[in-house]
Design a protein. Structure first.
Lengths: 405, 991
């Protein structure tokens, strides 16, 4: 089905298709196009088909959306209870695509009171509220303290700050050398304020970071994966990259010497570049590595792009090979610079992972100790509850549905 | 049911129940003054008994009366099962029924059992114990046993169910033993036994006097038994509250637990009688609202299966709707305001009474506060949480401050509590507390405990202040010392903590004239608090291991559920009731507030043990029955003469769903082709809005530009202040004319400025120590000095992690730079202070300054250096004279204003940027010629002084938008946000 085909059709037809409770549908549409109407209609159809209100669960992302849906359904059902027969028949036809038969009108009229009388109304809640209510009913099964406390984002952030401060104090060479090294690496890149922002971001994404670490199998493994992902050997450092790129065997020595000689015959700019290249080539590999950046700047701009002119026209014409050699060297150096960046990124990220992993662990520790659950935990624990205890028991305990099946 | 006539009556919703009861009984007694005293009247609650007494007095019109015996027998959701706890029923004294266990004691005993299971904190265990206590009471109330739990779940789920069963062994196995040791009964069990004993006694020997059971819906099985017996006694009568005898029998048969009449229906079924056999209690002339109203509400409440009948209904008569309003307010703020207005208006009519009925205590509190606008004081008779009363907050704050080792935040909160006096008069104590706050508690936190305060005090410069504060700290030590020490322990026995807590509370609350106990435990809240701590001290006996730091949470969680209920309303005609307090009560105007789902009716409690159907199978009442009781409250209250239904469309920013009863009423009226009036609600909302409205659009403040007299203007400023003077004269006015200084925050993290000052101090000492030659291990030496200037700040994680590594990198750079520089230096002076007197037409003006460093060059002349750990002024700022610090220091140096440095030409001015980053340090000399810069700076300064020596020159706030200071303590005082927005608009007008 093409998108064009959908958009040309009367949107109400698609809405009706999506509102059919027998179908599982995924609706993506912009604001104000009737998503809530579709959802509301699905619920109305279910109710009309005889589903008890308590067996319908609607999850939304905001409390406002939950209240909006509940109010819309109540409003619609309230009208069903009171409008004339022909009008009601028309509404039901619009909803279900079929003329209402039998006692459907009467049943439709009673739905209003049935729904408002349902002890908890219709179950329309945000996903977090739903998870929380489920866990409150199954605290022991979920391995939780029955009076677990839900941490709002602010308290979670405060707890993260406490965890961060503890880890910072531990990150001293005499206490935890690896952590201290990681901290030194991170602080060489960011200021205290930036670090605070970085940690706040870590706090926001703690669920994802924790899952990523768990998936990789710990900080060490995650670090290895990181190096691999960046195309580096395990633990490959910027120094190593520079040294390797400055070694004789990595350099087209004779061609470069020839190119430098050719440059010496050119303009002032050519001569300067030629001299720089000659000096660099003449030094030992260790010195070359130390002055690598200066050498690179002869070939690449500050932003890492290849310089457009490596030799002036006179040189290019006098010795065409020189131009080719210089281009090749520039291309090689561009790749080395990329690798350097990757090595720096990998080292900093690995340090951050170690530090972040330690902060998260301290955070989890505090949370567990005091029986706190944050928003992520609500969802994780619910998942675990359903996986560990099986949905059957949960359903049974919720309303004994399975006793009759 | 036994043979014989049953005497069952009802009083309809539109009639004041207790007044009708009292009036008829008085009539029956006629002139026999003693007849009344031979009667016994059973009522659901103590409150109802008290109100009936008042009704008798009202009806007898002041005539002396011998009142009947009024006996409360307990209501289903009444808190604390009051009756069972104290008032003995008619015959209990003769029976040997063990006492009920005090609630607090039961909780702590249960908490102790929970703690054995591990994984719970004490505070959690205490909360969970409350939950288990409720389960025990429910099971006892319904007279079922826990044995049935075991077989509640089919075999295939047994393993899952076992987890819960295992946990519930606390109540099924362990609790009965503990209770037996205590020689006590659970309160619900004891109530059952009392009611049963009473019934047995009357069954065996019917009483000679009249017995009237009134107002109860018989939701408690044992109560229902007793009511049934009373109905059959020869001289017994049962009076029901608002039994509906008019709903069609089809519908009546289908009532569900959530229906208002469900409880009464069950009760008369239990009596074995039909609705028509229930007679009207005589109530002539007392009705306050037309029957049509009650009929309308009854129709709205029809069971779902009958609601299709709504459409056939005739339009309700006008009298059913007159006097019934609904006001939907935007938020609780408006709702409270409108309710208060409605109540205030009621006072305009002599003798008219008005009541707000709501389960929402926050709304109740708001309405009470709104009424204070007119000096009207109304108590919320549903009570205030003890934790929110003055003694409650005082005790909590005290526990927190002590457990946190007198940390600044909780200590300041405690010192400012009205009860805190420390043996002084409270105003004097508060004054001293403020001095302590400003001198020691603001800024970075002192070390913990009294010792920490004393250590911080020693570092204080002002001797007078030191003496005053030393006295205050002595007082604090005397009052709080023992508690602080005790709560610092890892483990202690709970009763010791409670005792020390009480002792500290009393000691700190004492004034010069009154003992702490006299002040603290006075009044309703004080008495409740005293009762609470006494009970707690005994109840806590079994908690032998408590972590000191956990005490505040432990105390707070127990304090949490205690309520202080006012014994007598403060206002004779206005009332605020909870739904329980409103039962059997009446007022001319009744406002039903907070009518949103989740508030009224309340969301059903979540049961962590059993689901709804499991509870039903176990024999516990349906959760919906609570909703039915609420619905009965609602329907009864709707029968007042004038009724206003209010709700908020949004609460805490979230849209709400109207209470189900409102939805039903709305739908019913729509079906009947009518609706509640909408005009009056709009009017009330508009009136409320008008109350606080300021006429006209808001007018932002203009930028301040004060013109203090010349004599008040400062004539002594530092070089850095000259910059402020140029950029933001108002800041100079606030600092030197008004003498305002910003306070540090409580428990402050040492700020960036302070961290910079650690580095300054280290470099200063290093250069001083090694004037002549740098040592071989200069970097190590500098780091050693740094470690001592950073001092205890290094214990702060942020400082250690960020500032120390920065300093290490700076040290390496600094030593290298210094080595090179020394070759050209004759001497270095660091942190040198100077004072220059400038002669102006307005008199001498003193310019003071402290240079980070002045170097005497070997070739002659001076170089002035300023270390910057933060931002550097831009070249443009220097060129425009907006960063005059170095040039002014040059002016001073050239004139020999720096004491250690002889006057000489200034050769160079430079910032040393010490970021500790990449690069760690940088010399940034000013490009312009030093002498020229100095000359310009001097001229600018003299011009500035001259300008402000004119009394007409105002100290403007930020007169130059391009020269706004990067940071100012006075931004708020200047109300910058208020006028800068409009200023910017003006500035952008050209775009």
């Amino acid at each position: 089905m093409s998108i064009a085909a959908i958009s040309r059709r009367d949107p109400r037809i698609d809405q009706r298709l999506a509102a059919d409770p027998a179908a599982s549908v995924w609706v993506a549409a912009s604001a104000g196009t009737g998503k809530t109407t579709v959802l509301t209609n699905r619920v109305l159809s279910l109710l009309l088909a005889g589903t008890p209100p308590g067996r319908i669960l609607c999850l939304t992302f905001t409390k406002a959306a939950a209240a909006e849906m509940a109010n819309r359904i109540a409003r619609e059902l309230g009208e069903w209870a009171t409008i004339s027969d022909p009008l009601l028949a028309k509404r039901l036809t619009e909803l279900g695509d079929a003329t209402p038969a039998g006692d459907m009108l009467e049943r439709a009229r009673r739905l209003f009171a049935q729904v408002v009388d349902a002890p908890e109304g219709l179950r329309i809640a945000t996903i977090h509220a739903f998870c929380q209510s489920l866990l409150r009913r199954f605290p022991l099964e979920a391995g939780l303290v029955p009076h677990f406390e839900v941490l709002d984002e602010r308290s979670a952030a405060e707890l993260m700050e406490r965890a961060r401060d503890e880890v910072l104090l531990e990150a001293q060479p005499e206490v935890d050398a690896a952590l201290a090294a990681a901290l030194a690496e991170v602080t060489s890149h960011v200021s205290e304020d930036d670090f605070r922002a970085l940690m706040a971001e870590l706090a926001n994404e703690r669920g994802r970071v924790a899952r990523a670490l768990a998936k990789a199998g710990g900080v060490e493994a995650a670090t290895k994966a990181l190096y691999r992902r960046l195309g580096l050997a395990a633990g490959e450092s910027a120094v190593e990259v520079r040294e390797k790129a400055s070694a004789d065997e990595s350099l087209a020595l004779s061609a470069l010497h020839a190119a430098a000689a050719a440059l010496a015959q050119g303009s002032a700019a050519d001569r300067e570049r030629g001299a720089a290249i000659t000096t660099w080539l003449a030094s030992s590999p260790a010195e070359r590595a130390a002055h690598f950046a200066a050498y690179v700047s002869q070939f690449l701009t500050k932003d890492g792009a290849l310089r457009s002119t490596l030799a002036t026209k006179a040189v290019r014409e006098a010795s065409p090979g020189a131009e080719t050699t210089l281009r090749a060297e520039a291309t090689r150096l561009a790749a080395v610079v990329e690798r350097l960046k990757a090595a720096i990124t990998a080292k900093a990220s690995a340090a951050l992972l170690r530090l972040g992993g330690a902060v998260l662990a301290a955070y989890e520790d505090h949370k567990g100790h005091q029986g706190f659950l944050d928003y992520d935990d609500l969802i994780l624990s619910t998942q675990q509850l359903l996986a560990r205890r099986g949905a059957a028991w949960v359903l049974y305990k919720l309303d004994q549905a399975s006793t009759t099946s | 049911m036994s043979e014989g006539a049953q005497h069952v009556y009802t009083i309809p919703p539109g009639v004041p129940f207790l007044d009708a009861l009292a009036a008829e009984l008085l009539r029956e007694c006629g002139d026999d003054a003693l007849a009344l005293s031979r009667m016994s009247i059973l009522l659901p609650t103590r409150r109802a008994a008290r109100n009936l007494r008042e009704a008798f007095l009202r009806r007898s019109r002041g005539k002396a009366l011998l009142l009947p015996r009024l006996v409360p027998i307990g209501d289903i959701d009444e808190e604390g099962l009051a009756f069972a706890a104290e008032e003995a029923p008619l015959a209990a004294s003769a029976l040997e029924i063990p006492p009920a266990i005090p609630e607090l004691r039961r909780r702590l005993l249960l908490a102790e059992l929970i703690l054995k299971l591990k994984g719970h904190t004490l505070a959690q265990a205490v909360q969970l114990a409350g939950e288990l206590g409720r389960l025990i009471d429910q099971v006892a109330t319904e007279r079922i046993g826990f044995e049935r739990l075991e077989s509640l779940v089919p075999e295939r789920y047994a393993a899952h169910w076992q987890i819960t069963l295992e946990f519930l062994k606390i109540v099924t196995e362990h609790w009965p033993k503990v209770l037996a040791e205590e020689g006590a009964l659970d309160p619900a069990e004891r109530r059952n036994r009392l009611l049963e004993a009473q019934a047995a006694l009357w069954r065996a020997r019917p009483p000679e006097g009249e017995v009237i059971a009134a107002g109860s819906t018989g939701s408690i099985p044992a109560t229902a038994d007793l009511l049934a017996l009373v109905a059959t006694l020869p001289k017994g009568r049962l009076v029901l509250p608002g039994l509906d005898r008019h709903t069609e029998s089809d519908a009546w048969e289908m009532l569900e637990p959530s229906h208002p009449q469900f409880g009464l229906k069950r009760l008369i079924e239990r009596l074995g009688i039909a609705r028509h056999q229930v007679e009207d209690w005589p109530w002539d002339g007392l009705e306050t609202s037309p029957r049509a109203r009650a009929a309308l509400i009854a129709k709205a409440m029809l069971p779902a299966a009958s609601t299709d009948a709504w459409r056939g209904l005739a339009t309700p008569p006008a009298e059913a709707l007159s006097g019934l309003k609904r006001i939907d307010c935007p938020t609780p703020r408006e709702e409270a305001g409108v309710v208060a207005l409605l109540m205030r208006e009621a006072l305009e009519t002599p003798e008219r009474t008005a009541a707000l009925v709501t389960p929402d205590r926050a709304l109740a509190r708001r309405v009470a506060a709104e009424l204070e606008r007119w000096g009207i004081e109304v108590d919320d008779s549903a009570g205030t949480p003890l934790a929110a009363t003055p003694p409650g907050t005082y005790l909590r704050l005290l526990a927190e401050a002590a457990a946190e080792g007198l940390a600044p935040l909780p200590l300041v909160a405690l010192l400012k509590h009205p009860f805190a006096a420390g043996g002084e008069e409270p105003p004097a104590f508060r004054h001293h507390g403020r001095l302590l706050e400003i001198a020691l508690l603001r800024g970075p936190r002192p070390a913990p405990g009294i010792r920490g305060l004393r250590a911080a005090l020693r570092a204080l410069g002002d001797a007078e202040l030191r003496k005053t504060l030393a006295k205050l700290i002595d007082r604090l030590e005397a009052a709080l010392g023992p508690l602080v020490k005790l709560l610092g322990r890892r483990a202690l026995a709970a009763p010791r903590a409670v005792q020390a807590h009480i002792a500290a509370a009393e000691a700190l609350a004492a004034t010069a004239r009154l003992s702490g106990a006299e002040r603290l435990w006075a009044g309703e809240a004080g008495e409740e608090a005293a009762g609470f701590v006494d009970e707690l001290e005994i109840a806590a006996l079994r908690i032998r291991r408590l972590e000191g730091s956990a005490y505040p949470a432990f105390f707070a969680s127990l304090l949490g559920e205690r309520q202080v209920r006012p014994r007598y309303g403060r206002h004779p005609r206005l009332f605020i009731w909870g739904p329980l307090e409103a039962r059997l009560q009446h007022a001319d105007l009744v406002v039903l507030g907070g009518l949103n789902e989740g508030t009224w009716p309340a969301a059903p409690p979540v049961d962590p043990w059993m689901s709804r159907p499991m509870r039903a199978a176990f024999g516990l009442p349906e959760a919906d029955r609570r909703i039915g009781l609420s619905a009965h409250d609602f329907a009864q209250a709707c029968a007042a003469r004038e009724v206003v239904l209010t709700r908020s469309l949004k609460v805490d920013g979230t849209p709400t769903v109207p209470a189900r009863w409102l939805l039903r009423l709305e739908a019913l009226l729509r079906a009947a082709g009518t609706a509640l009036e909408t005009e009056a609600p709009a009017r009330w909302l508009a009136w409320h809005k008008a109350l606080d409205e300021v006429p006209g659009p808001p007018v932002p403040a203009a930028p301040p530009a004060p013109r203090p007299p010349l004599a008040a203007r400062p004539r002594r400023l530092s070089v850095t202040e000259i910059e402020t003077w140029m950029r933001d004269p108002y800041a100079i006015y606030a600092r030197h004319v008004l003498n305002l200084k910003a306070l540090d925050p409580l428990d402050a993290d040492p700020g960036a400025a302070e961290r910079g000052s650690f580095i300054h101090a280290a470099l200063d000492r290093f250069v001083r120590n090694f004037q002549d030659a740098l040592p071989a291990d200069a970097v190590e030496e500098l780091l050693r000095i740094g470690a001592s200037t950073f001092g205890s700040a290094l214990e702060r994680p942020g400082v250690r992690a960020f500032w120390w590594p920065r300093f290490e990198r700076i040290a390496v750079w600094f030593v290298a730079t210094e080595r090179e520089r020394r070759a050209h230096l004759a001497a270095s002076h660091t942190e040198v202070r100077g004072l220059l007197t400038l002669a102006t037409e307005g008199g001498p003006f003193l310019l003071k300054g402290k240079a980070d460093r002045i170097d005497r060059l070997s070739e002659g002349g001076l170089a002035i250096i300023d270390y910057k750990t933060g931002r550097l002024p831009s070249a443009a700022e220097v060129a425009q004279g907006l960063a005059p610090q170095l040039p002014l220091e040059a002016v001073m140096a050239m004139e020999g204003a720096f004491s250690e440095v002889p006057a000489s030409a200034v050769k160079s001015l430079a910032f040393w940027r010490l970021s500790g980053g990449e690069p760690p340090g940088e010399e940034r000399p000013l490009k312009e010629d030093a002498q020229a810069l100095a000359e310009t700076a001097r001229e600018h300064l003299l011009a500035l002084i001259r300008r402000f020596d004119d009394a007409a020159t105002p100290y403007e706030a930020r007169p130059r938008p391009e020269a706004v200071p990067a940071f100012s303590d006075y931004e708020h005082l200047e109300r910058v946000k208020e006028w800068s927005a409009t200023g910017e608009q003006g500035g952008e007008g050209g775009e």
